[in-house]
Design a protein around this ligand. Structure first.
Ligand code: HEC
Length: 149
């Protein structure tokens, strides 16, 4: 009886840890998706003319993006040791093997955003800013993001 209880308890603890790890992976993924919303769904689409240029939307996207990027280091502090279920992209183990180098890829993105602020006023300047910011995002992805499918 006692033994059964212990086994059941251990199983429960195990399930809890798995849930928590999946939650961490989801939080990391959600942060990246939120960044993609600002950069791709708003800025890129406007730069390509898929949606009309709108100054307020551009300014808001940049502000949201800046806040999100500022959360990367902390959000990726813990290695969830698993990918989000069914995700297209996952984190390379290298993120946590060399976290300082991973973190060093964040400030160039922040710098590109800071430099774009107040300088985007039409499609041409939006395109230029998009390219610079996106290059910095990809600079981290090249090393630390894995394509899963
Ligand atoms: C310091 C490293 C780093 C920087 C900077 C970074 N990313 Fe990521 N990104 C990752 C890692 C690691 C993953 C894979 C894990 C994940 O999806 O959470 C990822 C995944 C993604 C994904 C795929 C999400 C999915 O599963 O569909 C998108 C989209 C994305 N990033 C957008 C961006 C954008 C936009 C920027 C720049 C504003 C950016 N990232 C900056 C590390 C970074």
């Amino acid at each position: 009886m006692k033994r059964t209880l212990i086994v059941a308890g251990t199983l429960l603890l195990g399930a809890g840890a798995v849930m928590a790890q999946q939650e961490i992976a989801v939080q990391q993924d959600n942060l990246m998706r939120s960044q993609a919303k600002s950069l791709y769904n708003i800025m890129l689409k406007m730069a390509k003319g898929d949606i009309h240029y709108n100054q307020k939307s551009v300014d808001e996207a940049l502000t949201t993006l800046e806040a999100d990027v500022g959360k990367i280091a902390k959000t990726f502090e813990t290695n969830p040791k698993q990918d989000v279920v069914n995700a297209t992209y996952g984190s390379s183990p290298k993120v946590w093997q060399q976290k300082a180098d991973f973190d060093s890829k964040i400030s160039p993105v922040q710098k590109a955003i800071a430099e774009a602020k107040g300088k985007i006023h039409d499609v041409a300047s939006l395109k230029a800013a998009y390219t610079v910011i996106n290059d910095r995002c990809n600079d981290c992805h090249e090393t630390y993001r894995l394509k899963l499918k």
